[in-house]
Design a protein around this ligand. Structure first.
Ligand code: ZN
Length: 287
């Protein structure tokens, strides 16, 4: 209903011809799979329109607190890629591509970054072409099966909600572990704090891995109940966990933004440097 009113408002607004138009069309690394129903309006040709940010989106994206919680990313994706109805539910493997596309649609295909040379420490300004950057995801294919003979373990990508929650929890536990180096505490206290933090971090990792397993097929049959799967992971020989963990880590490596090869214009040193789609890069040109 809200959608219909919205459309009606657009039609009656004499300025509607000047509303945002799609700037580019993108393919999602997930190919539109793994979205719960109603979270993505599927397109027939697997391409999705991307609009430039509005003034409101831009303001949202400059609010550090909202950024950390993931809320502003969610709002901006909803506004600029309206086919994604509920970005919290989207597979996290799609998020970077969406952000690069929104950056491209809003400020054009060149993104200026400043990098310090690791050898002479001089500043180098580079211009990155976001279209080429997007191209590195073209051949990505999410492999959702892990072979742990005689078992077949089926997995799914994490949602953006799960990834955001996990990184906030990890940050919290890392702080606890760091406190353990505080000099005002006795050694026993430090050790206790460190161990608690460390055990919680390990639990988080195991929970996350177990949580992305959707089904386990054995010669005896197939299991998809999440409680039974968690119980199995807690009691299985460690190589089951390790194989699934290695598989998930490998996928993350494939989908993470590749470090860029650079050459220092001052001393000629060649090096590779990671470039993140973070806030400073997102607004590098304008702010
Ligand atoms: Zn240099």
């Amino acid at each position: 209903m809200a959608e219909m009113q919205n459309t009606a408002a657009k039609q009656s607004n004499p300025l509607s011809n000047y509303f945002r138009q799609p700037k580019i069309w993108i393919r999602l690394p997930s190919k539109g799979k793994y979205y719960p129903s109603d979270s993505l309006e599927h397109s027939v040709n697997d391409e999705y329109p991307v609009f430039a940010m509005t003034a409101k989106d831009e303001l949202l994206f400059k609010t550090p607190d909202a950024l950390l919680s993931g809320q502003s990313t969610v709002e901006v994706i909803k506004s600029c890629i309206p086919a994604i109805k509920e970005p919290w539910n989207m597979p996290a493997i799609d998020v970077d591509v969406c952000l690069i596309a929104i950056r491209l649609a809003t400020y054009g295909e060149d993104m200026d970054v400043t990098v310090h040379c690791p050898k002479c420490n001089e500043e180098n300004d580079y211009s990155m072409n976001l279209r080429i950057w997007l191209g590195q995801f073209d051949n990505f294919d999410y492999n959702d099966e892990v072979d742990v003979d005689p078992l077949k373990v089926k997995i799914r990508p994490y949602s953006y909600r799960e990834v955001t929650k996990a990184s906030l929890q990890t940050l919290e536990q890392q702080k606890l572990v760091q406190i353990a180096t505080d000099d005002s505490m006795s050694d026993e206290e430090k050790l206790a704090k460190f161990q608690t933090g460390f055990i919680k971090l390990t639990d988080l990792t195991v929970d996350l891995i177990a949580g992305c397993i959707t089904r386990i097929e054995s010669p005896e049959g197939s299991v998809s109940d999440s409680k039974i799967i968690k119980d199995f992971i807690d009691n299985a020989p460690k190589d089951v966990f390790e194989k699934v963990h290695a598989h998930v880590t490998e996928i993350k490596k494939q989908i993470d933004l590749k470090p860029q090869e650079m050459k220092c214009s001052h001393c000629g040193h060649e090096f590779s440097t990671p470039i993140a789609m973070d806030q400073s890069n997102f607004f590098g040109v304008r702010s």
